[in-house]
Design a protein around this ligand. Structure first.
Ligand SMILES: CCCCCCCCCCCC(=O)CC(=O)SCCNC(=O)CCNC(=O)[C@H](O)C(C)(C)COP(=O)(O)OP(=O)(O)OC[C@H]1O[C@@H](n2cnc3c(N)ncnc32)[C@H](O)[C@@H]1OP(=O)(O)O
Ligand SMILES: NC(=O)C1=CN([C@@H]2O[C@H](COP(=O)(O)OP(=O)(O)OC[C@H]3O[C@@H](n4cnc5c(N)ncnc54)[C@H](O)[C@@H]3O)[C@@H](O)[C@H]2O)C=CC1
Length: 725
């Protein structure tokens, strides 16, 4: 491949008169501008050649196409590439050149046809696929819309309701379902794909198979009145589920235009809004998240050393409580044999019961068969001693947060486990160096910090000390991938990355409430900002026991910047400890629905008098924007410290940690990306002003002060960081 080009197509004309055009742009044959322009010239040539009767499009190396090359959006956003004329790809190339051609095209789909890949195939006159291929329009997830004709052709092929479901959820269907929906014309084994597609194309020429232009089909579209009702409902749902995003509604506008005014008008509308969405801030955020999420597995000095992950054949978990049982569930779901160790029969039974319950909930919801349940459970074995640890490749310790207990366990593990065995702890706060103090195995000690519930939450913080070997990190990254977690490699410190960022968020909320702000207004503003729930509702969900234990660690380790509020301990004393006790910042009914509690005032007033704080009229009347700034700028401040200390190696890792660990809205791009969209100067000046009025809790750290004073981006690499990694 020419080193200056990004991908290409090749065309070969067979003696049967079929031109096979292959998309080549590894790893997923994405449609870069080079690929698209090559495709256009191949088409022009094929259409002009007398020896070509029909065309087959396929992808190299078992993948049709993963869609438009997403980095192209970034180039347009940054202005390093000029956007082509509106509609050039979707109308000029795909519709007027390809679909309207006097020679038929057939798409031969292997592996996947996503986004622009599926849209290209829908512009063909038939689609043949291999079994299991993924077919979908995931563009909304990236902040763009299916802008290569997908908003017009998918409803005409599969019906409006199914098309809306596929587009709005971004979820792909498998080829078999695609076949029953009418999206795919035939499903054939991989070895027969090209011969079937060639034959099909020639059959179209000979009129033995229908010559169908998807964009002109109408048989699957509902009558206009019904279509309008369906779209109205979809709009309502979208407004409710994605209130801060414009692009899903803009996508619905394109769909509606096509149905009301015909496909040409629809394609034109799609091209117009497709071009507009590229410059939305939410789109910039989502595209940043796409690449950042894939970037977390690239760790300088670790993953660039050619190390191959070792095979982990068996895992042991110590502690079958909340976390241990969740971790065991995640592992057996990905076919790892697991030994679960507990202190006695009763606790072991309870632990295994929790794993069973996790899987049974899948059976109840229909996402797991009974046979699969039995098979998965058979991978789990219980144990009360270390004898069965002699052939395990990895241990994950998940006992209570007690340092001497963990130290004893690691000393025992060193005696029983094989020398190569990875020794991981799920501790959320304790220094890993201390945990391994009584061993000589520092190089294989690592943190595997899962989030509760561990079989559901997508993030895995891999915590390394100065001694953890690169091989161990590579191994754990591989396990993370296999159990479908997004791993982020971080350095060793109290709270690691996620909990360190989380802490100031809840603390800022307590600070505001003690000075007169309404907790329910804070929760509402934070939810509107896009967090799954506000800080007070979250404290109720986590439970006050955990909240106090975590706070204690932070107060001990970072006394100069912690705000010590007594609201939670006071409620805890009164046996209101959050949702589990049906009372916390909210009251909970039988269905766990939260309702504000007027009694809360009493605790706030008492805490206020204990801390000596006064009601501040300015803070009583905060606008939603001010609430967001006062709760999230302290988070930015802590993220800056984490970055400056080298706990996180890239700012983008903190973005991913905030999104997958804290629930920070992905369309804001993550904490550092969001901060940079606001500007370091502004954030610095606000924190500086608050620290002068309200104290050190808000004081900007040196890193933020330095970058903020110059207005420099916070996410730019740290030049001379004393990396802890
Ligand atoms: C600007 C256009 C001109 C004018 C304006 C027109 C208006 C808008 C037009 C919009 C038209 C469209 O239809 C747009 C699209 O098609 S958007 C893209 C839609 N496609 C997707 O969302 C698919 C994204 N990719 C995935 O879901 C996965 O990567 C998948 C399933 C393809 C493979 O998953 P797997 O787990 O196997 O691998 P990875 O995810 O780790 O990916 C490997 C590697 O590939 C890179 N990748 C994947 N997809 C793309 C892509 N579409 N573009 C560029 N790069 C892609 C990914 O980043 C990884 O890279 P490395 O990390 O290995 O470097
Ligand atoms: N609860 C949470 O949300 C999170 C907790 N963590 C960490 O995970 C660890 C476990 O936490 P939880 O599961 O919440 O605790 P838990 O109290 O639910 O479970 C701990 C289990 O360990 C068992 N245990 C104690 N000593 C043992 C030993 N010597 N051998 C075998 N089993 C033993 C106990 O019987 C108990 O069942 C802690 O380090 C905690 O900080 C990490 C992330 C989130």
């Amino acid at each position: 491949m020419d080193s200056r080009t990004k991908g290409k197509t090749v065309m070969e004309v067979g003696s049967d008169g079929v031109a096979v055009i292959t998309l080549i742009n590894p790893p997923v044959n994405s449609l870069s501008f080079d690929v698209l322009y090559n495709l256009k010239s191949n088409y022009e040539e094929a259409l002009s050649r007398n020896d070509v009767k029909a065309i087959v499009i396929t992808g190299a190396k078992g993948k049709f196409s993963g869609g438009f090359d997403i980095s192209g959006f970034g180039e347009i956003q940054k202005g390093t590439r000029k956007e082509p004329k509106v509609g050039y790809i979707s109308i000029d190339i795909l519709t007027d050149l390809l679909e309207a051609a006097r020679k038929p095209s057939v798409a031969a789909i292997d592996g996947l046809a996503l986004g622009g890949g599926l849209e290209l195939s829908m512009a063909c006159h038939a689609r043949i696929s291999t079994p299991g291929a993924q077919l979908g329009l995931p563009e909304l997830q990236l902040g763009v819309i299916p802008g290569f004709g997908g908003t017009q052709r998918l409803p005409r092929l599969v019906g409006l309701t199914k098309a809306l479901e596929m587009i709005l959820t971004s979820k792909p269907v498998r080829a078999e379902e695609g076949h029953s929906l009418g999206l795919i014309d035939a499903v054939v084994p991989s070895a027969e794909l090209l011969t079937t597609a060639r034959r099909w194309a020639l059959d179209i020429v000979e009129r033995r198979k229908p010559w169908i232009s998807s964009v002109l089909k109408t048989d699957k579209l509902p009558p206009l009145g019904e279509a309008r009702e369906i779209l109205k409902f979809a709009r309502g749902q979208t407004r409710k589920q994605a209130p801060n995003m414009k692009h899903p509604l803009m996508c619905l506008d394109a769909l509606e235009t096509g149905i009301v005014s015909g496909p040409r008008a629809g394609l034109e509308k799609e091209a117009e809004v497709g071009s507009q969405v590229i410059s939305l801030d939410t789109t910039k955020g989502l595209i940043h998240v796409f690449f950042s999420q894939r970037g977390t597995v690239k760790v300088p000095g670790v993953t660039d050393r050619g190390l191959i992950p070792r095979k982990i054949k068996k895992v042991a978990i110590i502690g079958g409580g909340l976390m241990g049982s969740g971790i065991a569930t995640a592992l057996i779901l990905s076919n790892y044999p697991v030994i679960l160790k507990e202190v006695n029969e009763k606790f072991l039974e309870a632990g295994i019961g929790r794993v069973k319950a996790n899987l049974q909930s899948r059976v109840r919801k229909g996402s797991m068969s009974k046979e699969k349940f039995e098979k998965t459970m058979s991978l789990l074995k219980g144990s009360l001693d270390y004898e069965s640890f002699r052939d395990v490749d990895m241990v994950i310790e998940a006992v209570i947060e007690n340092i001497s207990l963990k130290q004893q366990i690691f000393a025992d593990l060193e005696k029983y486990c094989p020398q190569h065995c990875i020794l991981a702890s799920n501790t959320s706060t304790i220094d890993l160096n201390k945990i391994g103090e009584r061993t000589k195995s520092q190089d294989r000690i690592v943190g595997a910090h899962f989030f509760s519930p561990a079989h559901v939450m997508p993030l895995l913080e891999i915590v390394r000390t100065n001694h953890t070997s690169a091989q161990v990190i590579v191994d754990l990254l591989d396990v993370g991938k296999k159990i479908k977690k997004t791993p982020v490699v971080v350095g060793n410190c109290t709270g690691f990355a996620v909990n360190r960022m989380f802490f100031p968020y809840t603390q800022a909320a307590m600070f505001l409430v003690e000075r007169g702000a309404d907790p329910y207004l804070i929760d509402s503003a934070v939810s509107k900002f896009g967090m799954p729930m506000g800080p007070f509702r979250l404290c109720d969900l986590v439970g006050f026991g955990v909240a106090i234990a975590t706070a204690t660690q932070f107060i001990e380790n970072f006394p100069e910047r912690t705000y010590k509020s007594m609201i939670i301990p006071l409620m805890q004393e009164d046996k209101r400890a959050g949702e589990a006790t049906r009372k916390g910042f909210y009251l909970y009914d039988d269905k766990r629905k939260a309702k504000p509690d007027p009694e809360l005032k009493k605790y706030i007033e008492k805490a206020r008098s204990m801390s000596g704080a006064n009601v501040d009229p300015k803070l009583v009347k905060l606008s939603e924007k001010e609430i967001i700034e006062m709760t999230f700028f302290p988070v930015v401040n802590e993220a800056c410290r984490v970055f400056a200390e080298g706990i996180a190696v890239k700012a983008a890792d903190l973005d991913i940690a905030a999104i997958f660990g804290m629930g920070f809205p992905p369309y804001r791009g993550g904490i550092m990306f969001w901060a940079d969209s606001i500007g370091s100067k502004y954030i610095y000046s606000r924190l500086d002003e608050w620290s002068k009025t309200y104290g050190d809790f808000f004081k900007p750290c040196a890193f933020l002060a330095e970058r903020g004073s110059k207005g420099a981006p916070l996410s730019a690499p740290v030049e001379q960081a004393r990396s802890r990694l």
